[in-house]
Design a protein around this ligand. Sequence first.
Ligand code: PLP
Length: 397
Amino acid sequence: MDKMIYLDNAATTATRPEVVEAMTPYFTENYGNPSSVYDFAAKNKKAVDDARGAIAQVVNADMRDVYFTGSGTESDNWAIKATVEAYADRGKHVITTKIEHHAVLHTCAYLEKRGFEVTYLDVDEGGIVKLEELKRAIRPDTVLISVMFANNEIGTIQPIETIGGLARERGILFHTDAVQAFGQVPIDVERMNIDLLSASAHKLNGPKGIGFLYIRKGLKLGSFIHGGAQERKRRAGTENVPYIVGFGKAAEMAAQTMAERAEREISNRDYLIKRMLAEVPYTRLNGDRVNRLPGNANFSFQFIEGESLLIMLDMKKICASSGSACTSGSLDPSHVLLAIGLPHDVAHGSLRLTLGEDVTKEELDYVIDSVKEIVEKLRDMSPLYEDFLRKHPVIDE
Ligand code: PLP
């Protein structure tokens, strides 16, 4: 196939042409600083607030509770660090999960070095938080529960409404990292009792480098970036007007097309999963079969290295990712795959395919056929596979 096939939409997405079109005038004609008093700049203040309104609507929030940030990572840092600081009188205990993004996990590790205690909850084999364990983990000094809405590797969606209800009942603040979920699945901060929510534009066909944090009204969270009075004195720095406008447009479009996109992506995803599991032996699907993001399929192929598979897929112009992260020269298996109980060697042989809305069945067929061919080739070279076959001979009748 001549065309590149991009199946890494959980990493980032293409910015929609309509989004670029909406952003462009704010680089060129409408370059005023929203804080300036003259009419020329006031237009930009309005554009920022319109985007804020569009975003708030997607999660059923009051637009005054939406604060723009520079990324999903910044939103997670702000939510967690500012909450524990503001509510230090309540205690020094935070609850999160073992499968969070590093934006949450590394922030929690930072807190631990500063005298906070963090409980990292286990998940079941599908990647879902164990509610009984969560209940048992709650202590009188628990200040914050932070559980991601949907996982970036295995796509598992958490029972957010139940967790939010539990936190509310116990008077504990609840943050959710919704970077993968915002614009993909319905979210309602009121019904779900979410106090803090992080999201990022580049996962929903918006630009990179712009995020937001929803902060429920009445929370006494302090400023994360100190300086001017922007973002209701809570996040200083001249507003990134073009990117905010782009985020607003992307959010609006994502909300409008959500149901129809989900239906198409689920149909494609299920086709991919069905064929892959049926046609590639010694393969498993990672993540919950039902409660998962519409576009996410994550597989483990026994007896192969995910990195080798990725490189060979790249030679066929297929962009995908694996659960392994290359850290300082050594290949560490994904903390998410280990948390759902995969042995190291199986976790190493994983492949994440995250679909966009316009992938075709023909492209998926090409991807499945390519994976089959490559996995077979890699297994032919694998001493582990050879050993396995020796111990488990296939007997032809
Ligand atoms: N949280 C999750 C679940 C993510 O998937 C990501 C990005 O991959 C982030 C946080 C970080 O977002 P950003 O890239 O905007 O910093």
